[in-house]
Design a protein. Structure first.
Length: 78
């Protein structure tokens, strides 16, 4: 992602990637434009993967924190 480009949310990147794929699959795009679309699609896929990797890392960290937490020796008061 270039520094001039604002950071996209996962949803924005996924939507744009869907649009790129649709254009490429239509088959009516000239070769030069197809190459630009392909490159943009690769960028968008990397953005989406970065978001997904970040979400997985947060989930893994939360799970590790939960499993490392000591269990109470007594049940909750009832």
């Amino acid at each position: 992602m270039s520094s001039a480009e604002p950071e996209l949310s996962y949803e924005q990147a996924r939507q744009q990637l869907t649009e790129v794929v649709t254009k490429l699959e239509s088959g009516g795009v000239p070769l030069a434009e197809s190459m630009q679309l392909w490159e943009r699609g690769e960028q968008l896929a990397r953005i989406c993967q970065t978001w997904l990797d970040g979400a997985k890392a947060k989930i893994d960290a939360a799970r590790a924190s939960e499993s490392g937490r000591s269990q109470p020796s007594e049940p909750f008061p009832g």
